[in-house]
Ligand binder design. Structure first.
Ligand code: G3P
Ligand code: MG
Length: 249
């Protein structure tokens, strides 16, 4: 189905990087933990290996969240698959692998979970990453009622995704309201604006809703901010605190 703001199928609550900080971010173990806390939608960061395999990694480089070194996108998948992406977090997760988009798709599809794929390109390959992630997502979710929501801070990546698979829904991520942000989102055919939550106020919410787009926020980790966003009438909340906020509420 073609996702629009009016037939929006996604739940309000989204587990950031799988389960926030409770498990190694962007791994299958994190998704499983988020799901144990009742979450049915997940956000993750996806980029391309040197040989074109979409895999989960937030940073450009491997050091913080794995035993690897250097740019993640410089390594072929065969090398990335050997890394330990769990030991940095805690002993409990030692040996956890880096996840591919294929791994995560299998998990989400088998369990009827929703996915927000943040396209997080290695610098220099923004458009290519958008195109490739969209093609992979389209193939992996073929025939499914609800496709993943693709999002990015990179307008080039969103342009690539739009050109490659125009039917997949897109969201523009904003950490600041740069000149022309709403016009750019409309030009990119986005169905949502996903903001740093502090950017939402009565005026920005009204502008985005009047433009016919959904309103989501990252990364919302305290009850006061959650209440403010609910009072403003925004739609989505991406959180690390899967232990604090019940997605049923
Ligand atoms: O997709 C929302 C959020 O994940 C964006 O920020 O840096 O956590 O990827 P970051
Ligand atoms: Mg992200």
């Amino acid at each position: 189905m073609q996702i629009t703001a009016s037939n929006w199928p996604y739940p309000r609550w989204v587990a950031h990087r799988g389960a926030g900080k409770l498990a190694p971010e962007n791994t299958l173990a994190a998704f499983r933990l988020g799901a144990q806390h009742g979450y049915r939608m997940f956000e993750c960061d996806v980029k391309l290996s040197a040989d074109g395999v979409p895999f989960l990694l937030h940073d450009d480089t491997l050091e913080r969240t794995s035993t690897g070194k250097g740019l993640g996108g410089d390594h072929a998948w065969g090398a990335l698959a050997q890394l330990d992406a769990g030991s940095w977090h805690s002993r409990n997760y030692a040996g956890e692998s880096i996840a591919t988009l294929d791994n995560i798709a299998a998990y989400c599809l088998r369990n009827s979970y929703f996915l927000n794929i943040e396209i997080k390109p290695t610098p220099g390959v923004e458009r290519l990453t958008g195109e490739a992630v969209a093609h992979h997502a389209s193939r992996l979710w073929r025939g499914q009622a609800v496709p993943p929501l693709l999002s990015s801070f990179s307008t080039e990546s969103l342009e690539g995704a739009k050109a490659a698979q125009p039917a997949l829904p897109r969201g523009l991520l904003l950490d600041e309201l740069w000149d022309g942000w709403l016009e750019a989102a409309l030009e990119l055919g986005c169905v949502a604006i996903i903001c740093n939550h502090t950017l939402w106020n009565t005026e920005t919410v009204a502008r985005v809703k009047a433009a016919g787009l959904r309103t989501s926020s990252y990364t919302v980790n305290d009850a006061e901010s959650v209440q403010r966003l609910l009072d403003l009438g925004t739609d989505g909340i991406i959180t690390d605190r899967v232990d604090l906020f019940s997605p049923a509420n």
